[in-house]
Design a protein around this ligand. Structure first.
Ligand SMILES: Cc1ncc(COP(=O)(O)O)c(C=O)c1O
Length: 374
């Protein structure tokens, strides 16, 4: 059986280190807001060449809190890609904004040429999604956001360590939002997220929002008010145990990414002359392959045979946002053709750093056999 994803292979390698970190953290007497969080925040900011950053409870929270920091008002609009993950949209809706969708290109990323006609006087932000670990063309997006004076919030949940023109994603816009959900490029053992920003004002505000709206910047001051909310906030914390594990895993991030890219290269090479549509590579990008997503019109047949042969694949994502019950009222009569077509053809192959080369080659061999007969 080849799992689509499992943490068990990784655990085998790092188990002793993780147990040591667990033990040390439990003995430290700190559960939240301790040394591990402080270290991890510092290292994560440094790793991404950003100025400021705040760890939060999840990638969804990172998006929601970023939007909350912009003081969204009723009727404000936020634009994102029609094929994104549910949490991008739920964050927009929960912030009080109206979600506006833009269709995607052949590369599965937001079609930048279509954004302009979606911008209105009420547009407050654009959330480009670096889906599958593939960076959007950030120079064009930055120009657009400056021209219309709207915020750019990058959804980097699937793209930790990816670069556009040698600059890390998450550092182009007002904020970059990350997820440490276990399957992600930098995956924790539980939920977690991060917001990067180069804006000191936004940083201070986000820090308050993460912790019930309390201002903790001057805790040592005798006038510090412990249970006093300055603004409306939420509770979104990254705990000490997860911070310790993530801080360790951050030191391995480059090697995780290199391994992912190596596996993607094997898939590229082995599957290039088949009827599968392989991931489209853009110029000026350093892709990190959170997912290796291919397309085929006979997807269900191919996946079924693969599954019978012990190879698990997944569809990420099978339903475009505007087709879901929770959101379709926002997009009456709207069509996002590429997203709809892709949702019927895409499926992702197993790809994680510990997946052995012989297994990747076996997947390719089986796939080629199947493709010759469908
Ligand atoms: C594109 C995208 N945005 C946001 C999120 C939300 O992250 P989390 O699961 O950490 O809340 C995810 C994770 O599934 C994602 O893939």
């Amino acid at each position: 059986m080849i799992d689509f994803w499992t943490y068990k292979n990784e655990l085998k390698i790092y188990k002793n280190i993780y147990f040591e970190l667990y033990k040390k953290t439990l003995n430290s007497g700190q559960i939240f807001f301790g040394n591990n969080l402080e270290k991890f925040e510092k290292n994560f900011i440094k790793k991404n060449n950003a100025k400021f950053g705040i760890a939060v409870g999840s990638g969804t929270d990172a998006l929601l809190i970023s939007l909350m920091s912009l003081d969204i008002k009723k009727g404000d609009e936020v634009i994102t890609a029609a094929n994104t993950a549910i949490p991008t949209i739920s964050a927009i809706v929960n912030s009080g904004a109206i979600p506006k969708l833009v269709d995607v290109n052949q590369d599965s990323l937001i079609d930048i040429n279509l954004i302009e006609k979606t911008i209105t006087k009420r547009t407050r932000a654009i959330i480009p999604v670096h889906l599958y670990g593939k960076p959007c063309q950030m120079d064009k997006l930055v120009r657009l956001s400056k021209r219309y004076n709207i915020h750019l919030i990058e959804d980097c949940a699937q793209a930790q360590g990816a670069k556009f023109k040698n600059k890390f994603v998450g550092t182009f816009g007002s904020m970059g939002c990350f997820s440490f959900y276990p399957t992600k490029i930098l995956g924790g053992y539980g939920d977690g997220g991060f917001i990067l920003t180069n804006n000191f004002k936004l940083y201070n505000k986000i820090k308050k929002i993460r912790f019930y709206g309390i201002d903790t910047s001057d805790k040592k001051n005798k006038f510090f008010k412990k249970y006093y909310a300055n603004i409306n906030g939420v509770n979104s914390r990254l705990d000490e145990i997860n911070s310790a594990l993530l801080n360790f895993k951050l030191t391995k991030l480059n090697s995780f990414i290199n391994k992912r890219r190596k596996i993607a290269k094997i898939y590229d090479h082995e599957l290039k002359n088949t009827s599968l549509q392989l991931p489209k590579k853009n110029t000026n990008t350093f892709d990190v392959f959170h997912l290796y997503t291919v397309e085929h019109s006979k997807r269900s047949k191919i996946r079924k045979i693969l599954s019978n042969r012990g190879i698990e694949t997944r569809i990420i994502y099978p339903y475009p946002i505007h087709k879901m019950k929770a959101y379709k009222n926002f997009f009456k009569d709207k069509k996002f053709i590429n997203s709809e077509i892709k949702s019927k053809k895409i499926f992702s192959l197993p790809l994680y750093p510990e997946l052995e080369t012989n297994k990747v080659l076996l997947i390719c061999k089986e796939l080629k056999k199947i493709l010759n007969n469908v």
